[in-house]
Design a protein around this ligand. Structure first.
Ligand code: FES
Length: 149
């Protein structure tokens, strides 16, 4: 696929995602999550399209994109483990989970809010957001195995 084809395809993906959320500004986080999942990042071009589609300023998109650690401007290491250590996830066992990951020898880094607070503790393995994370599920995702426990 040529660069132009890829760019057009990426633009169509962003437009489709915005349309699926009825171009609602109050769905911005969900839209950005969907773009992050589909394209493994939220590029500057995608951010501009979202701003136009939702009738928001680029600064508003950039503010949300840069606030949540779940969002990136370029694709990430697929095995990088990031564990939310913010308050909501701490109250749901993030500290215990960090200790379990340490005991299992899984490298991880702390981030502060992945935008998945209701399903804490939340973790991110590469691009995959994991809610109600356990050491077993994180290890399985790192190994490329999908589990639902
Ligand atoms: S506090 Fe952990 S995802 Fe928001």
């Amino acid at each position: 696929m040529s660069q132009t084809d890829s760019g057009t395809s990426d633009n169509e993906t962003v437009e489709r995602i915005c349309a699926a959320h009825d171009h609602r500004a109050d769905a911005l986080i969900e839209i950005l999550h969907d773009i992050q999942t589909a394209q493994h990042c939220i590029s500057d071009a995608a951010a501009r399209l979202v701003a136009t589609s939702l009738n928001l300023s680029r600064a508003e998109i950039q503010g949300v994109r840069s606030f949540y650690a779940d969002f990136s401007t370029a694709p990430r290491d697929p095995h990088r483990v990031r564990l939310c250590r913010a308050e909501a996830c701490q109250s749901l066992g993030a500290d215990r989970l960090a200790a379990e990951l340490d005991a299992a020898g899984l490298d991880h880094e702390a981030v502060y809010c992945l935008g998945n607070c209701a399903l804490g503790p939340a973790a991110l393995v590469g691009e995959q957001l994991i809610g109600r994370a356990t050491a077993g599920r994180i290890a399985a995702v790192c190994a490329g195995v999908h589990r639902d426990d």
